[in-house]
Design a protein around this ligand. Sequence first.
Ligand SMILES: Cc1cc2nc3c(=O)[nH]c(=O)nc-3n(C[C@H](O)[C@H](O)[C@H](O)COP(=O)(O)O)c2cc1C
Length: 201
Amino acid sequence: MREQSPSKIGIVISGASGSLLALQALRILKALTNKNPTLSSHLIITQGARRTAELELNASQRVELTALADHIYDDNNLTATFASGSNPLSGLLVVPCSIRSLSAIAYSQTDRLSIRAADVMLKERRPLVLAVRETPFHAGHLQAMQLITQMGGIIAPPVPAFYLAPKSIDELAEQSAARLLALLGLDMGNWLKQWQPPSSD
Ligand SMILES: Cc1cc2nc3c(=O)[nH]c(=O)nc-3n(C[C@H](O)[C@H](O)[C@H](O)COP(=O)(O)O)c2cc1C
């Protein structure tokens, strides 16, 4: 069951393509935490994500990526509070989520903080959202996604909502990120654009 007002929100950035999605999610989360002091953000960047970010973001975006969260953790630090089910995060978003991270979560290969934190979400029945980014999928990818869905996780590939007519890649990534954060049960205020039929309909 989801909490009424989530407080400790975790973001894992893994090494799939889509560092901009993570940056936009962190920008939105920063705005939400500024508005609501009971909310805090907790960030893990995997080694794979650091490499992908080098290739996909410019230098100032990379600095911003590491500066937006309230707390940042080394992926090898298995002593972080939320590595224990006794002190879990309120919700965790993996964005983008690589097939490696997806598979490790599906089979509880919890030798890194990012995977352990996700496993704790599943075992404690708390919101876990995976923005899986790969295409096309083979049967093993789909089986891992099915397993996580059966365990209560949400598989949410970052497929753009083109009907909202985004005017730039930044806007497209921002809307995708807002939808992913909304799946954690956060109050998104004006961040979430909603479909409105044309006035003639
Ligand atoms: C530029 C670049 C793009 C990548 N894109 C993807 C992707 O979209 N999906 C994916 O599953 N892996 C992708 N990878 C491979 C992952 O980074 C790699 O499997 C890594 O080991 C993932 O580890 P992590 O899950 O710990 O971050 C990409 C790698 C690079 C360098």
